[in-house]
Ligand binder design. Structure first.
Ligand code: HAM
Length: 423
């Protein structure tokens, strides 16, 4: 019996993988411009990190983690997201002591959530995310948002919607929390078991319930915006001012509740507005998490970041019909006629590649005509034809595939010649 790929995962094959590489390269380029440096953390962490960091009452921790016990009896979990791990590393490696503050980091890699697979929702997906730790300036919130928006725009996306909200500071959140409890308590029996549990532990999560989202009490629930204290309000206003100054369009949505518990103040999501994008429109999510470092045993450190998945990025590009140039032509295909020429081409190919020329040869004993067909398929700019006769005379025939022009080149000079015409 053949074995198939696990549900919710995918193979990314040549032809498609080039899109990933382009997005990844653009993300790295932007991080360089914005001065974010790469961090690589393990694929698995102690389970406690996520229960404490992401939050016990979240769907991620309650239902979606790939948790296992290792041979030493430790409970480990495949990371469902990147922020908790980055903050764990920040604390553990004492990055709060670095001379350069805030510490600006980015990551790219697979995350794992046991979710119900559907378009745009996978069990293994790749996130690109950034985290800025150590600053309480709303300007860095604006910077974080602008990096994500620029990345999408520079890849050609136009139909984007940025939604922002403020979840306020601790004091505002406690006031809002009490209002939520008063609002839902009298009729909590009409809600699912999860919501009933959430009422005491984390009533904000009720607003994020996938099962009861149509209940009439949801729409009339007290909004956090009305419970922001002066400081939180001022923070949120500054953020909006900076976004406007940066020419980044946004809408405020007081109902934006993120699926992770560590947020306060700024919360945001970027959605695709493209027609036919499908039910899941969120491309990117992020926000501020000033209490997270403390929660996992470090000093009080403000932080803000976002994460986006490459899967949804590509889905948005497809929905908007953005074509990425993914077929890079090769510089030279070496076609050979005869045994000696074929043997010689092994060394010649190596020479070309070492000289920075992308090159290929035949490995299937094809006839010369078939070799030219392959060269066509590879979009070779030049085909260098070598027969046993040419080999004896130290020459090679170089055909420009665009113009059809042919020249004879000294064989030992081929790589120099190609380098020259490449410029
Ligand atoms: P999140 O909203 O859980 O936030 O995920 C961020 C992004 O990851 C989503 O907007 C979506 O693009 C992508 N994503 C999430 N789940 C899936 C899935 N099952 N399949 C495909 N893509 C998915 C976080 O993970 C936070 N760590 C973001 C953050 C960073 N907040 C502050 N810093």
């Amino acid at each position: 019996m053949s074995i198939s790929i696990p549900r919710g995962t995918q193979d990314i094959l040549p032809g498609e993988v080039e899109k990933w590489q382009l997005i990844e390269a653009k993300a790295r380029e932007l991080c360089e411009k914005y001065q974010y440096q790469e961090i690589r953390t393990p694929i698995f962490e102690h389970t406690d990190l996520f229960s404490r960091g992401v939050g016990d009452t979240t769907d991620i921790v309650q239902k979606e983690m790939y948790t296992f016990t290792d041979r030493g009896g430790r409970s480990l979990t495949l990371r469902p997201e990147g922020t908790a791990a980055v903050v764990r590393s920040f604390v553990e490696k004492k990055m709060f002591g670095y001379a350069n503050q805030p510490v600006k980091l980015y990551y790219m890699g697979p995350m794992f959530r046991y979710e119900r697979p559907q378009a745009g929702r996978f069990r293994q997906f790749v996130q690109f995310g950034i985290e800025a730790l150590g600053s309480n300036d709303p300007a860095i919130d604006a910077e974080v948002i602008s990096l994500a928006m620029n990345l999408y725009k520079e890849m050609g996306l136009k139909k984007l919607k940025l939604v922002v909200n403020s979840l306020g500071d601790k004091e505002s959140r406690i006031a809002h929390r009490n209002a939520l409890v008063n609002h839902f308590q009298p009729r909590i029996g009409e809600f699912c078991q999860d919501c009933q549990n959430r009422l005491e532990k984390n009533p904000l999560r009720i607003l994020d319930c996938k099962q009861d989202h149509k209940h009439e009490l949801m729409a009339s629930a007290p909004s956090i915006i009305d419970y922001l204290n002066e400081e939180s309000k001022a923070y949120f206003e500054k953020l909006q001012k900076y976004l406007t100054q940066m020419d980044i369009a946004f809408v405020v949505d007081p109902n934006l509740v993120r699926g992770l518990d560590y947020y306060n103040h700024t919360a945001f999501e970027i959605m695709s507005d493209a027609e036919g994008f499908g039910a899941i429109t969120t491309l990117c999510g992020g926000g501020r998490y000033n209490g997270l470092a403390e929660e996992i045993g470090g000093p009080q450190t403000p932080g803000i970041g976002f994460a986006l998945s490459i899967e949804r990025f590509i889905a948005a590009l497809n929905a908007e019909g953005v074509e990425l140039t993914i077929h890079q032509p090769i510089d030279c295909y070496i076609a050979t006629l005869g045994e000696e020429a074929k043997d010689y081409s092994v060394g010649l190919l190596q020479q070309l590649r070492l000289a920075g020329i992308s090159a290929e040869r035949d490995y299937l004993n094809r006839k010369i005509k078939a070799q030219f067909k392959v060269a066509d398929r590879l979009k070779a700019r030049y085909v260098a034809v070598l027969g046993d006769e040419e080999l004896k005379n130290n020459i090679i025939n170089l055909k420009n595939m665009e113009t059809g022009d042919q020249v004879e080149v000294e064989l030992t000079n081929l790589s120099n010649h190609l380098q020259e015409i490449k410029g």
